[in-house]
Design a protein around this ligand. Structure first.
Ligand SMILES: Cc1cc2nc3c(=O)[nH]c(=O)nc-3n(C[C@H](O)[C@H](O)[C@H](O)COP(=O)(O)OP(=O)(O)OC[C@H]3O[C@@H](n4cnc5c(N)ncnc54)[C@H](O)[C@@H]3O)c2cc1C
Ligand code: FES
Length: 251
């Protein structure tokens, strides 16, 4: 992990309220899919904002973010040519075992972005099906990446793009059609992950989920991001996660 003084190459809107920001780190970084960066947005914001690393190409690293509150609004205003402090790579990331050949990606909301990094890392060696849920057609993004998967099912809450259903329902429908993965990797809002956890438990599937808790330090020191484990213990999402085996974490 390093604190990069990263130069913004591009910062643009890619769907309604969703932006993509690309930094030049000045050197190549070694990043595992599902890891994240903590971006200091500056101004009165002393806290950093954790955002999943979406894409790494040489010295360039791209994050995609939904403009929500003050921090991400400030980030949206950052201009190409300026420099921000980016602490990365953080967290454990996703890991697919050698014997796990068929991978299902299930993502919703801002959880779709770390899954793009999984697809980029594993598409050459694994058979990947992606089930991706968006709020509506205006929020659809990353499709050009997900279409590189062996199978891509994009759905929306209101049916304005793809079928009217959520990502877990799309995954379940395909499961019923006999498309059974060796491992499921997921990221999205907690209710989505909860529904997925119930489904994979019923089906006896291995599943890893990436959590998006609110964070303070991002490096394991402040305990703001602690989550409950099923064995009664606790874990720090920033340092011990953000990726956990679904059966080991309370959602
Ligand atoms: C490991 C990790 C990876 C993430 N990856 C991405 C990503 O790739 N793209 C992306 O858009 N966002 C991602 N997030 C969420 C992102 O960090 C928050 O949306 C962001 O910090 C909000 O900052 P803000 O100052 O704009 O909003 P704030 O003013 O801090 O909050 C605005 C609203 O967003 C809610 N909120 C804030 N943080 C979170 C959170 N972590 N989860 C759910 N709701 C939150 C607040 O409760 C509030 O309602 C990730 C979070 C984590 C922990
Ligand atoms: S954010 Fe400080 S310990 Fe995780």
């Amino acid at each position: 992990m390093r604190d990069y003084q990263a130069k913004i190459v591009e910062n643009k809107e890619i769907a309604k309220g969703i932006c993509s920001i690309t930094f030049d780190l000045g050197e190549e970084a070694v990043v595992r899919c599902g890891q994240f960066g903590d971006i200091l947005v500056g101004g009165t914001h002393l806290l950093r904002r954790p955002i999943a690393i979406c894409k790494v190409e040489g010295r360039l690293v791209t994050f995609c973010y939904q403009v929500k509150g003050e921090g991400t609004q400030k980030l949206q205003k950052a201009e190409a040519g300026s420099t921000l402090s980016v602490l990365m790579p953080l967290g454990n990331g996703f890991f697919v075992e050698k014997e796990e050949k068929k991978v299902a990606l299930v993502g919703g909301g801002v959880g779709v972005f770390p899954l793009i990094s999984v697809l980029r890392e594993y598409k050459a060696e694994k058979q990947i099906s992606a089930y991706i849920g968006y709020r509506n057609a205006a929020a659809v993004c990353g499709v050009e990446e997900f279409k590189k998967a062996d199978k891509f099912v994009g759905v929306t809450d209101d049916g304005s793009y793809g079928e009217k259903m959520n990502a877990v329902q799309a995954f379940e429908a395909d499961l019923k059609n006999g498309n059974r993965p060796d491992v499921v990797l997921a990221c999205g809002p907690t209710p989505m992950l909860r529904a997925l956890k119930a489904l994979v438990e019923r089906e006896g599937l291995t599943c890893y989920v990436s959590l998006e808790e609110r964070m303070g330090c991002g490096i394991g020191a402040c305990l703001v991001c602690v989550c409950n484990l099923t064995n009664g213990e606790h874990a720090r999402v920033c340092k011990d996660g953000p990726v956990f085996n679904a059966k080991e974490v309370v959602l």
